[in-house]
Design a protein around this ligand. Structure first.
Ligand code: URA
Length: 247
């Protein structure tokens, strides 16, 4: 059961309005609770039980939001950037609220599965290195380096340059220039660096799975929707699988 919440707070968290915009909307009569116009932000309602409408449309109230995005090329996964569009700009208005951020990143020129939330504890569980949540990427390379020897190298962990090493990773060749790569941490530019060190440039990189949840193939690039409860649980269902060769 949801608790009573002030209407100005509800408008800011469920509709992304600033305090002053919420106040303006309320005093203009745009908000109804069970059919009655309510003009004061200090009035309370229970959005789990009562029907709260803004401009005639129901407000979506959640304590926290958990969104799945299929990130397109050229968009940065940070909350603001002076030069490039950000993933936050792709969140549809009814799902947007202040405090949303990407839980884990994808490079500007990577695509695929990205989780956004305003729940810091959840985001931490998703990216905490000691959880070893697997992340699966499909890569396209510019050189045919996908030998059994390289598969063996990945299984031992790969030197990334800059004094850094990956933990054991799974490399599954799909064709001469395409492969699936599973990694268990998220070091800066990790997958690109794993191939850079082994004679190939990554020309396309798409994340297709995090933990036990695969990217929804029906979600178009640039699409964004709420995760279901089942999907949220699935994310964490594959925790701590020790990849082969882990010391
Ligand atoms: N590894 C990379 O190099 N880039 C990404 O976006 C994700 C993993």
């Amino acid at each position: 059961r949801m608790a009573m919440i002030r209407l100005d707070k509800l408008l800011s968290s469920a509709a992304g309005l600033t305090r002053s915009d919420a106040k303006r909307k309320l005093s203009s009569g745009a908000v109804t609770v069970d059919g009655e116009t309510v003009k004061s932000g200090s009035c309370k309602a229970d959005p789990g039980v009562q029907r709260v409408l803004l401009d005639g449309r129901p407000l979506l109230y959640r304590e926290h939001l958990y969104l799945l995005m299929n990130k397109p090329l050229g968009v940065v996964s940070s909350t603001d950037d002076p030069r490039s569009p950000t993933v936050l700009g792709l969140v549809p208005a009814p799902l947007f609220r202040r405090g949303l951020f990407p839980a884990g990143r994808l490079d500007k020129y990577s695509t695929g599965m990205l989780i956004l939330t305003d729940d810091g504890d959840f985001a931490h569980r998703l990216v905490a290195p000691r959880k070893h949540l697997p992340k699966v990427y499909e890569v396209t390379l510019d050189a045919p380096v996908l030998t059994p020897a390289l598969v063996g190298e990945f299984a031992k962990g790969v030197y990334l340059g800059g004094g850094e090493r990956s933990s054991p990773a799974l490399l599954e060749p799909l064709s001469a220039l395409r492969a699936r790569v599973t990694i268990y941490e998220g070091i800066y530019h990790q997958v690109r660096r794993m191939f850079d060190q082994n004679g190939a440039k990554v020309t396309a990189l798409r994340r297709v799975r995090i933990g036990g949840l695969a990217l929804d193939p029906s979600l178009p690039e640039g699409g964004c929707r709420e995760l279901t409860g089942g999907e949220l649980r699935a994310l964490f269902a594959l925790q701590n699988p020790e990849p082969e060769g882990t010391p």
